[in-house]
Design a protein around this ligand. Structure first.
Ligand code: B12
Ligand code: SF4
Ligand code: SF4
Length: 307
């Protein structure tokens, strides 16, 4: 048993107490294979307008460029699965129907970071959720929180894929207790067949430019006319590949009530009468503000035309 076993066990207990459903520690190193795949993905243009992914490539491939002296990576996941709060023809992905997960997870991460800093004076700890230059799925996969499905989302055998990921990078020494899990997609191709816009161009490879999630959240400017009819009513994000995945059939419901606190009644009437002022007021604490008013309006218009 390593001398860091006790600290690691207590850290993981604290993480669970704070509401993280999954937690495991891995040793940091350069992500040789995953970095090479990211490089190829960028080279094929699948990244679309997300230039920030390419600009931070070196950091994404090497966590020591994000936190010098990093000695452990704590991989975390939180279940957000819940019944659809969207009632009408406009569709919003589950992850964005309640309060913004960045806020919910950041609150928990801040407390976990504080705990670790108190336990390891002099060491440095950095928390990331989504926006940091870290390949969260690659680390979570290495830690055994799940495997990467063919739709390119991490699947946990008990929770399914409705989980948010986060990491702590720390210079403190911890015991690595994560082990990768076997890929359990096997011969299934349901997500690839169900994707309305053909965005999963090969198993495990997503062309973001064709992905409705990208088009509704990240893409700025008009959507290519050929893509518009394929957007299937989605106005923010898309859940189709997760909805059809057999590993999500028995997904348990989240224990976090903030994911169920809708900022607006998700009905067609409410969305049809939204003004720019309402958008700013209503989505201040919601992930939806990422689309900006221009993007949201564009997505409503496309979905309305398909109704
Ligand atoms: C950019 C980004 C997007 C982009 C690109 C998505 C993507 N698949 O990469 C867009 C805007 C499309 C997007 C959409 C969504 N996203 Co997003 N996104 C990110 C972000 C910021 C970076 C991901 C990244 O590095 N992508 C670049 C590509 C190259 O990376 P990759 O998928 O890991 O690539 C691997 C595979 O291609 C694989 N591979 C390639 N070939 C082969 C071959 C074999 C045989 C194998 C095994 C593997 C393999 O190797 C690559 C390297 O490991 C992360 C947060 C983070 N910091 O990590 C969140 C993140 C991945 N997103 C998340 C979510 C929830 C979503 C959505 C579900 C939201 C929604 N409902 O609309 C969708 C899902 C769409 C989909 N099918 O993936 C979660 C996923 C949680 C989970 N359980 O995995 C994350 C982790 C955010 C978080 N903190 O929780 N997202
Ligand atoms: S999120 Fe939607 S568009 Fe993107 S890969 Fe999944 S099903 Fe296809
Ligand atoms: S639908 Fe099938 S292939 Fe796609 S991620 Fe789920 S198990 Fe894997």
């Amino acid at each position: 048993m390593s001398p860091f076993h006790d600290l690691t066990r207590r850290l993981e207990e604290e993480a669970r107490r704070l509401g993280f459903d999954l937690v495991r520690v891995v040793k940091p190193e350069r992500l040789a294979e995953e970095g090479a795949r990211l490089c190829e993905w960028l080279g094929r243009g699948h990244v679309g307008q997300m230039g920030w992914l390419a600009r931070t490539f070196e950091k994404r491939a090497d966590p020591s460029r994000v936190l010098s002296g990093v000695r452990a990576i704590v991989c975390l996941a939180v279940n957000y699965h819940h019944e659809d709060l969207c009632k009408g023809a406009y569709r919003v992905s589950k992850y964005a129907q309640g309060e913004d997960y960045h806020r919910v997870l950041s609150d928990r991460l801040e407390r976990l970071t504080g705990w670790l800093e108190r336990e390891t004076p002099g060491e440095r700890t950095l928390a990331c959720v989504d926006t940091g230059p870290i390949m969260e799925k690659a680390w979570a996969q290495r830690a055994g929180l799940g495997w990467m499905g063919k739709h390119t989302i991490l699947i946990n055998p008990e929770l399914g894929s409705w989980v948010f990921l986060a990491v702590l990078l720390t210079t403190a020494e911890l015991e690595a207790d994560g082990e990768p899990l076997a890929d359990q997609c096997r011969t299934c191709t349901l997500c690839i067949e169900a994707c309305p816009s053909g965005a999963i161009v090969e198993p495990y490879v997503l062309d973001a430019r064709k992905c409705i999630s990208y088009l509704t959240i990240e893409h700025r400017g008009p959507v290519a006319p050929a893509m518009e009819p394929l957007m299937d009513g989605w106005i923010f994000g898309c859940d189709v590949c997760q909805e059809v995945c057999p590993w999500n059939r028995n997904a348990p419901t989240t224990g976090e009530s903030r994911f169920l606190e809708a900022p607006i009644e998700w009905s067609d009437e409410k969305l049809d009468s939204l003004t720019e002022h309402d958008f700013t007021q209503i989505f201040g604490r919601s992930a939806v503000r990422r689309a900006r008013w221009e993007g949201f309006q564009r997505d409503l218009r496309i979905a309305r035309a398909l109704r």
